[in-house]
Every structure is written in structure tokens, then in C-alpha cells.
Design a protein around this ligand. Structure first.
Ligand SMILES: *[C@@H]1O[C@H](CO)[C@@H](O)[C@H](O)[C@H]1NC(C)=O
Ligand SMILES: *[C@@H]1O[C@H](CO)[C@@H](O)[C@H](O)[C@H]1NC(C)=O
Length: 225
């Protein structure tokens, strides 16, 4: 009898102990975001500059980004004869430069990586032979040059092709969340990245603020006050 009561107490304690953990980890606070894009694609440029960069500025503490500059490109003979790209040869070079620079930014934050690709997408500097964005990202331009002129750049692009082909996006850019590509969520994320990501991490500080602002706007619009 005594034994069974103590077991009961123990199991209650254990249950409460588990539940302390439950409440701490009740809400997801981290998102793994994958961006499939092309270096010369206008929609990719608009998405990166108007959605991804500003949202990362706000939510970077809660987001890990995987940037995949490949899109609708194809390797020719497993990369031995290079790649064929949706917006021409210069796009292939642009994709590889971005892959090489991102790869060399392993000590940088994901926000810094996003700022680097935003710079390339906005100004297209590297494709004009101007390493402005690479230098600004803090990467040694010689390392990037070495990467694009050796098999390393080809290997990075083959990896990008591999992950893109797993997803098989039906348009570019495409967005994956937590390793899942769902066309419904993707189209929501492309038009409203902040709202989509906040639906996963509601209880984080920046999202609580975001929801409060939306609520306030609705109140003001409806003249409730
Ligand atoms: C992309 O946008 C630029 C300038 O805004 C325009 O000149 C170009 O034709 C567009 N390209 C495509 C493929 O729509
Ligand atoms: C995609 O996400 C939507 C919205 O969350 C869901 O209803 C739908 O079942 C998902 N589709 C697939 C194929 O998982």
C-alpha cells in the first residue's frame, strides 16, 4: 500500500516535471527556411529585397536560412560541361558566385548572408566584374574567384541542383519551411513572408508585436475607438 502511494506520488512528480518542460517548449521558436531562387530572375529579386531581407531583419533570431541559387538550371554531363540556366549563361555564373560566396560566409550570420544576396540581386555587381557585394560581405574575393574557377564551384552548384530537384518547385522563387515544400504555404510565404512565418512562431516577441500592430490597424480602420 505504502509502496503504491509513493509510486503514485513519484509518477505525479514525474508528470509535473515533464510538464514544466512541456510549457517551456510548448511553442516552436525556430524555423528552418529554404529559399530556392535564380540570380537573374526578377521575381526572386523582388522577393529577396521586399520580403526576405526586411523579414530577416526582424526575425533573424528565430530563423535559419538555406539559400539555394539554382532554380530551373540544369547540369550538363554532371557539371563537366557546366550548366544551362533559365535566364542565360550569365545567370549560371551569378548562381555560382553566390553559392561560392555564401559557402565562404560560414563564420557569418544568416542575416549577413541574406544581406549579401540582397546586394547582388539589387545591384548585380559581381556579374559586371565588380566585387563590391563580396567585399561588403567580408569574404576574401580571391577565395570566391578560386571557388568559381575550380571544381568547388561546380560541386556547390551540383549540391544546389540536388536539393532543388528534391523539392521540384513549380515556379521560382520557391520557399520551403522546416524541410517541407508545400505549394499552399509557399504561395502564402511569397506574398506575406512575415505573416506566414509568424503563424509558426506566434509567441516570439517580434511576432507578438506584429499581431498587435495588425489588431491596432483593424481597430483604427473600423473606427472602433
Ligand atoms: C526584369 O526586370 C527588368 C527591369 O525591371 C526588365 O528590363 C526585364 O525585362 C525583366 N525581365 C524579365 C524576364 O521579366
Ligand atoms: C499544405 O498545407 C496546407 C495548409 O497548412 C494543408 O492544408 C495541406 O494539407 C498541405 N498539403 C500537403 C500536400 O501537405
Amino acid at each position: 500500500m505504502i509502496q503504491s502511494i509513493s509510486q503514485h506520488i513519484l509518477s505525479v512528480l514525474f508528470f509535473n516535471f515533464m510538464c514544466c518542460y512541456c510549457s517551456v517548449f510548448e511553442y516552436e521558436t525556430q524555423i528552418f527556411l529554404s529559399i530556392f531562387y535564380e540570380s537573374k530572375n526578377n521575381e526572386s529579386k523582388m522577393f529577396i529585397l521586399e520580403e526576405l531581407e526586411p523579414v530577416m531583419e526582424t526575425l533573424h533570431k528565430h530563423i535559419t536560412v538555406h539559400l539555394v541559387p539554382f532554380g530551373r538550371a540544369k547540369s550538363i554531363k554532371h557539371g563537366l560541361n557546366g550548366f544551362e540556366c533559365h535566364n542565360g549563361d550569365s545567370e549560371c555564373l551569378g548562381n555560382m558566385i553566390q553559392d561560392c560566396t555564401i559557402h565562404n560566409m560560414y563564420k557569418k550570420t544568416d542575416l549577413e548572408k541574406v544581406k549579401y544576396i540582397a546586394c547582388e540581386m539589387e545591384y548585380g555587381t559581381s556579374l559586371r566584374g565588380d566585387p563590391y557585394c563580396i567585399i561588403k560581405s567580408g569574404v576574401n574575393k580571391e577565395e570566391v574567384l578560386k571557388c568559381i574557377t575550380s571544381s568547388e564551384g561546380t560541386q556547390l552548384q551540383l549540391s544546389s541542383e540536388y536539393v532543388t530537384n528534391i523539392v521540384k518547385p513549380n515556379h521560382i522563387p520557391a520557399i520551403g519551411i522546416n524541410q517541407v515544400y508545400n505549394t499552399t504555404i509557399d504561395s502564402e510565404a511569397r506574398s506575406d513572408l512575415m505573416g506566414t512565418l509568424c503563424s509558426y512562431i506566434r509567441n516570439t516577441h517580434p511576432c507578438a508585436k506584429y499581431y498587435n500592430e495588425i489588431a491596432l490597424q483593424e481597430i483604427l480602420q473600423n473606427d472602433i475607438l
